[in-house]
Design a protein around this ligand. Structure first.
Ligand SMILES: Nc1ncnc2c1ncn2[C@@H]1O[C@H](COP(=O)(O)OP(=O)(O)OP(=O)(O)O)[C@@H](O)[C@H]1O
Length: 244
């Protein structure tokens, strides 16, 4: 595998109860980039992200992360992946700090970076509060803190800005850009908020009916559709392959 590539999925298939929801899906994510993962409701984004995280086993196909086969490198590779997939669940009676400490101990890692991670997501003053007292947005921020506390190289973020206020959305966008620039992380982020993806992503992957329809750099998107990503996405959905 090309050394510039961190994640490569080849010919992925996932079947649930005989129904193929991911169909021969190929995906390629370069190191040190943000990959905006787009698709309509039910297109297959969460299912692919769960397979990249090892939470679901593909029916067939191959996933390589950092040049190694995900299945063969499991579970040690988990230490290099951070994720927020669907609604994050916490021990509600424990504090934010205790939840992050528990996460690190599950991963058999030293209790480091807890304060820094809470600071990065704007929860530094809430570290000693039980999670049961957190708002939806605070839980989402804590989920992001948990995804980065072990300093992963790959972040899988499934709609991570759900529930955040406008300030929070901007702070998280800036955080994700900083993590890539300063901590060398690679991020795959799914979101329906195309304006956010447009401001962050280097590459866009569009999935339709379980298959990547288009992988394109953001500069190609802008060249093709000067009015921006939203129009590019809608034109692609409407016109299909004729548009690309
Ligand atoms: N555990 C499961 N059992 C059966 N079908 C499933 C399961 N998980 C997902 N699916 C189906 O797989 C398809 C893809 O779902 P997925 O959640 O991956 O889509 P998505 O692109 O993340 O959608 P959304 O944008 O609505 O979150 C859907 O048709 C869904 O019903």
């Amino acid at each position: 595998m090309n050394s510039n590539i961190l994640v490569q999925a080849k010919d992925l298939v996932k079947t649930f109860h005989g129904r193929e929801v991911i169909s021969h899906c190929d995906m390629c994510v370069k190191k040190g980039t943000i990959y905006g993962f787009l698709g309509e409701n039910g297109a297959g984004k969460t299912t692919v992200l769960k397979m990249l995280m090892g939470l679901l086993t593909p029916t067939s196909g191959k996933i390589e992360i950092g040049g190694g086969d995900l299945r063969e490198s499991y579970p040690s590779i988990l230490k290099k992946i951070g994720s927020i997939i669907e609604t994050p669940i916490f021990y509600e009676h424990l504090t934010a700090t205790e939840n992050l400490a528990l996460h690190l101990s599950y991963m058999q890692l030293p209790k480091r970076n807890i304060e820094e991670s809470l600071q990065l997501v704007g929860l530094h003053q809430a570290g000693q509060q039980p999670v049961s007292e957190f708002s939806l947005g605070m839980k989402q921020r804590l989920g992001i803190a948990r995804s980065i506390v072990h300093c992963p190289t790959l972040l899988l973020l499934d709609e991570p800005i759900n529930g955040l206020d406008p300030m929070g959305i901007r702070q998280m966008r800036e955080l994700f850009l900083t993590l890539v620039k300063e901590k060398n992380m690679t991020i795959i982020i799914s979101s329906h908020i195309l304006s956010e993806i447009e401001q962050m992503a280097d590459t866009i992957g569009v999935i339709t009916n379980g298959r990547i329809k288009k992988e394109v750099t953001i500069s190609e998107v802008k060249a093709k559709t000067p009015t921006g990503l939203e129009d590019y996405f809608f034109n692609l959905m409407k016109a299909g392959e004729q548009y690309v």
